[in-house]
Design a binder for this molecule. Structure first.
Ligand code: ATP
Ligand code: MG
Length: 418
């Protein structure tokens, strides 16, 4: 069954509004086992809308039309739909009653142009709008069923969810096109896409109901599993089987699923262990703190970060010894170790992480090239610093450094506290 979408509105063609309705519909439809064949966007122009409605209804079985159902002069969709069907616009009494009630509750009076919103093409089926005043209507044109819904995202989603998707499901079921899809993202860090692909490749033939996809969000790489089945249970079973087979192949690189974030996972683990974290950041300039505080509730485990860029502040804020700096340079293993120790002492936290490095593009030397980064970790049971060498531009080095620090703590705080 061919499904197409048509969005109307000048604002969608002028960069004023992003067409988020379409991406949302595409995702929801995918989860229902179907797919949008094509999405068309037109402005608030009668001829454009008419031509699109005619073209789409000639080649698709289902057309979802959004926008232009409001009371203003640029809202042309109902009028054009009636013209395409060769019928007139008629007042829908039920929609008018709902409109009057809606306005009465808000202490508003119904104006002349509001009446326009309850005019629908004769012969169409009307579905009242729970979230707004313009109803949706359903019209048959030839072999195509057209759903007309308001463009306001909140109204659009409510109506598509309750009145469009169930009808699409039913139509597909009639045609024996039943199918369900379930999705999962397995999120890895510091595993190059080509390596991820190589590890997972043997699974593809073993899990024919599952599509394996890849997505990069440096330094994360995500494995996207999409399982299909005739029933939801069948799809879910196929997904779980592929998930169980993939996890061991991803090893320690796997840090989370779906909505999980690296900082969120670290935070969850610290919270479960009732432990706290402090930071001393040099070349990441507060980025680790930023990632951690993106997560609501971070104050339960994150105490703070000293962004100690200057040598002097490394001494005064996180107690790095002057001689350590002079003898080793600020970008060194010993300085990273002392930064972490100093941060933990001052913050009285369970853990402290530190970062010092050369993000570039300037500042590299033959001994310490751009991308040289030292990360320190301090806890009651010891103090350690590790040398890293990251490749890429300034942004990549800083991002990789922040992730490497968090990832180290993630691996150290897995399971329950000892
Ligand atoms: P209204 O009764 O509010 O006029 P309508 O059905 O006439 O509703 P539009 O006028 O086209 O819809 O759009 C209403 C609002 O919804 C506008 O703010 C518009 O930017 C937004 N909107 C319309 N289409 C989309 C879309 N495809 N994606 C995201 N937002 C949209
Ligand atoms: Mg409008």
């Amino acid at each position: 069954m061919r499904i197409e979408a048509l969005c109307t509105g000048d604002e969608l063609l002028t960069g004023v509004t992003t067409d988020t309705n379409s991406t949302w519909f595409q995702q929801r439809l995918l989860e229902h086992g179907a797919q949008v064949a094509r999405t068309t966007v037109v402005g608030d122009v009668r001829e454009e809308i008419l031509e699109a409605i005619q073209t789409l209804s000639a080649r698709a079985e289902v057309v979802l039309v959004s926008g232009g159902l409001g009371p203003t002069a640029d809202d042309l969709t109902a009028e054009v739909a009636a013209r395409a069907a060769g019928v007139s616009l008629v007042l829908h009494e039920g929609a008018l009653a709902a409109l009057r009630e809606r306005f009465a509750v808000r202490g508003l009076t119904v104006t002349e142009n509001n009446m326009k919103q309850v005019m629908v093409p004769a012969g169409s089926e009307v579905v009242l709008n729970p979230a707004g005043s313009a109803p949706m209507f359903i019209l048959r044109l030839g072999k195509a069923l057209l759903f007309f819904v308001p463009g306001v995202p909140r109204e659009y989603r409510a109506l598509v969810e309750t009145a469009v998707l169930p009808r699409i499901d039913a139509l597909r079921a009639e045609r024996g096109e039943t199918g369900f899809r379930v999705l999962r993202l397995l999120k890895t860090v510091f595993l190059a896409e080509s390596h991820l692909d190589a590890r997972v490749r043997p699974l593809i033939a073993l899990h024919p109901r599952v599509t394996f996809g890849f997505r990069t969000k440096f330094p994360e790489n995500h494995l996207k599993l999409m399982a299909e089945g005739r029933t939801r249970e069948e799809a879910r079973e196929a997904l779980e089987a592929a998930d169980a087979a993939a996890r061991p192949l991803l090893g320690d690189h796997l840090f989370g699923v779906d909505e999980d974030t690296m900082a969120g996972v670290v935070g969850r683990q610290l919270l479960a262990r009732r432990e706290t974290l402090a930071l001393a950041e040099s070349c990441t300039g507060g980025r680790i703190a930023d990632l951690l505080t993106d997560v609501s509730g971070a104050s339960a485990y994150f105490l703070g970060s000293a962004v100690a860029y200057a040598n002097d502040l490394k001494e005064r804020w996180v107690s790095v010894a002057h001689t350590t700096l002079v003898e080793n340079g600020a970008v060194s293993q010993l300085v990273a170790a002392e930064m972490a120790r100093g941060a933990r002492q001052i913050a009285r936290s369970t853990w402290a992480l530190s970062v010092t490095g050369i993000a570039g593009p300037d500042g590299g030397t033959p001994e310490k090239p751009v991308g040289t980064v030292f990360i320190g970790l301090d806890a009651a049971d010891g103090n350690e610093a590790r040398a890293h060498r990251f490749h890429g531009d300034r942004e990549w080095v800083r991002s990789a450094s922040a992730y490497a620090a968090l990832d180290w703590l993630r691996l150290r705080t897995r399971g329950t506290a000892s």
